[in-house]
Design a protein around this ligand. Sequence first.
Ligand SMILES: CC(C)(COP(=O)(O)OP(=O)(O)OC[C@H]1O[C@@H](n2cnc3c(N)ncnc32)[C@H](O)[C@@H]1OP(=O)(O)O)[C@@H](O)C(=O)NCCC(=O)NCCS
Length: 143
Amino acid sequence: MEETDLVHVLEIEKLSFPNPWREMTFMGEMYNKPISFSFVIVHKSQRKIIGYIIFWYIKNRAQINNIAIHPDFRRMGIAETVIRQTLDQVRVAGAEYVTLEVRPSNMAARFLYNKLGFDVLATKENYYNDPREDALVMGIYLG
Ligand SMILES: CC(C)(COP(=O)(O)OP(=O)(O)OC[C@H]1O[C@@H](n2cnc3c(N)ncnc32)[C@H](O)[C@@H]1OP(=O)(O)O)[C@@H](O)C(=O)NCCC(=O)NCCS
């Protein structure tokens, strides 16, 4: 992900979340090196950005902080492929655990993470705003 990608990333972000990240948050991730890794997903023939993933990798742990696919390109296996690639990458780098947070109401994401082998580890009460909701902490052991 580069600064010139942000106009497309922000458009997808607004279409994907009730309380979208702002430009400054994406910038903060892009420049939080070497902890944060931000990638855009580019459609091969249409040559446009159709999604992105942002994750942290620190020693033996990784955390997926954001993933979204443009609504026109959902249910095509893109997020599943990208997360599988990410799990492989961080496993090779030395990660043993990968965690993430998800709204309990976000059934698409929960089905996706279940399919990939993530389990619910904990709940963070009143974690999200607009609308207020708990967060489920999900994790997968790669060891
Ligand atoms: C969640 C999201 C990233 C999934 O992306 P996607 O590319 O459409 O997902 P995939 O096509 O790779 O789906 C893989 C699996 O996830 C599950 N899944 C994905 N979307 C689903 C939906 N709408 N309903 C039920 N299951 C769904 C299914 O198990 C699916 O496998 P299947 O197609 O063999 O049944 C996408 O819906 C999105 O961008 N949502 C808004 C942003 C968001 O919620 N991000 C996650 C925040 S924690």
